[in-house]
Design a protein around this ligand. Structure first.
Ligand SMILES: *[C@@H]1O[C@H](CO)[C@@H](O)[C@H](O)[C@H]1NC(C)=O
Ligand SMILES: *[C@@H]1O[C@H](CO)[C@@H](O)[C@H](O)[C@H]1NC(C)=O
Ligand SMILES: *[C@@H]1O[C@H](CO)[C@@H](O)[C@H](O)[C@H]1NC(C)=O
Ligand SMILES: *[C@@H]1O[C@H](CO)[C@@H](O)[C@H](O)[C@H]1NC(C)=O
Ligand SMILES: *[C@@H]1O[C@H](CO)[C@@H](O)[C@H](O)[C@H]1NC(C)=O
Length: 401
């Protein structure tokens, strides 16, 4: 009993030894027919195969693998392994075969191996973001954007992005974001010490057609209901109503609507052409460096309530020279409730001569007024716009248009 136990222990000791890495090179048991003994032979290293087992007199003999064959670990096989064949379609050779490594194939960029095929990585749709990018072995993992995050694209790379924090930017939230849309922020013109022209001359020229000749109390809500696409939310409409005079409310609403629907083809076109108009206006009047005296004479010449001298000074400080006249005209419009800036400016130009205003600048201003009056596209837009909201017009919902 004792003896048996002892032998078992010895055997265990040996078996542990030659299966662990404690002995190097690793060994294997071989029955030697010549001596009828069990021998512990050295194994062969990677890149070779076993040519001859060891004997009591000679170590194991290993030979290098032939071309296109390999072994990648210590072993006592009498043959090397054949390197795998060509890579599959849409795979490339990541590692060529050599005596110690098999050929490694990998799916090309943007694909992963699924059974036999290299499939394209899934793109996460809007509302979903990538939590784990795809690899050559694994597909993309998408997850619905959690609260406070959004993804507005179809992408196999992009994660969900945090909603813009409007208040942190000193802006107000015009519409709350969701999984597919960012928060929409709008400028808080009172708080931001910027030039900030709210509604430009070109926007005014274009939006003016939508201003009714008679305002009814629910005018703005009627217009909101009639506009196609993404609606401006009720909270924002209330804020616009609180802050602005009736004509300005229309401009503000249309400006916001334009921004919120900027991806619609029709609106894209409108934005493009308003940009063109603005470039033209800046070309006419943006190239002058006007002095404080010039600017205040210009403001003095306009009818109605005057823009305060300190506002003219502030504008000179905050606005680039290209924006100063435009900013002052927008201040005048806001101050004068429901006036038409172009009419005001045309009126002013008649009186500017008495202020000894530089002729060249006067001429540029005249050209600007003329350009905006003949803003030919403007009539075209009106037509487009009316077509867009044609259904409502036909059903008599916006009779004031
Ligand atoms: C075989 O290729 C592998 C990986 O490319 C490399 O690490 C190894 O050194 C190569 N072996 C020989 C013998 O060239
Ligand atoms: C937005 O920013 C403000 C000020 O930095 C912070 O107090 C507020 O918690 C932020 N809101 C979110 C939703 O992160
Ligand atoms: C997310 O918000 C956008 C714009 O505000 C809206 O068009 C869309 O329907 C909303 N999506 C969901 C799932 O609420
Ligand atoms: C996605 O949202 C970002 C941030 O609001 C915006 O800049 C971008 O234009 C949007 N992309 C698309 C395709 O709507
Ligand atoms: C206006 O001033 C800017 C810099 O202050 C200058 O580069 C530009 O040439 C000036 N333009 C005119 C028409 O005087």
């Amino acid at each position: 009993m004792n003896k048996f136990l002892c032998c078992t222990l010895v055997f265990l000791d040996i078996s542990v030894k030659w299966t662990t890495q404690e002995t190097f090179p690793p060994k294997y048991l071989h029955y030697d027919p010549e001596t009828s003994r069990q021998l512990l032979c050295d194994q062969c290293p990677p890149g070779t195969y076993l040519k001859q087992h060891c004997t009591t007199r000679r170590k194991t003999q290993c030979e290098p693998c032939p071309h296109h064959y390999y072994t990648n670990s210590w072993h006592f096989n009498e043959e090397c392994l054949y390197c795998s064949g060509m890579c599959k379609e849409l795979q490339y050779v990541k590692q060529e075969c050599n005596s110690t490594h098999n050929r490694v194939c990998e799916c090309v960029e943007g694909r992963y191996l699924d059974l036999e095929f290299c499939l394209r990585h899934t793109s996460c749709p809007p509302g979903f973001g990538v939590v784990q990018a795809g690899t050559p072995e694994r597909n993309t993992i998408c997850k619905r954007c959690p609260d406070g995050f959004f993804s507005n694209e179809t992408s196999s790379k992009a994660a969900c992005r945090k909603h813009t924090n409007c208040s942190a930017l000193g802006l107000q939230m015009a519409s709350k974001g969701n999984a597919t849309h960012d928060n929409l922020c709008i400028g808080n013109t009172e708080a931001t010490p910027k030039c900030g022209i709210d509604v430009t001359l070109c926007e005014e020229a274009f939006f003016r057609f939508a201003v009714p000749t008679k305002f009814t109390p629910n005018w703005l809500s009627v217009l909101v209901d009639s506009l196609p696409g993404t609606k401006v939310n009720a909270e924002t409409i209330e804020r616009i109503k609180r802050r602005h005079s009736s004509q300005e409310q229309t401009f503000q609403l249309l400006k916001l609507w334009k921004h919120q629907n900027k991806d619609q083809d029709m609106v894209k076109k409108i934005i493009q052409d308003i940009d063109l108009c603005e470039n033209s206006v800046v070309k006419h009047i943006g190239r002058w460096n006007l002095t404080l005296e010039h600017l205040s004479s210009l403001m003095e010449s306009l009818p109605g309530k005057k823009v305060a001298m300190e506002d003219v000074e502030k504008t000179m400080k905050l606005c680039k020279s290209t924006d100063q006249i435009l900013k002052l005209l927008s201040l005048w419009r806001i101050k004068n409730g429901d006036q038409d800036t172009l009419k005001g400016l045309a009126h002013g130009l008649k009186h500017l001569k008495t202020y000894h205003f530089p002729k060249a600048i006067l001429q540029s201003l005249r050209k600007t007024v003329k350009f905006l009056h003949s803003f030919t596209m403007y009539r075209l837009y009106q037509k487009l716009f009316l077509e867009m909201i044609g259904n409502q017009v036909q059903s008599g919902k916006i009779s004031c248009l």
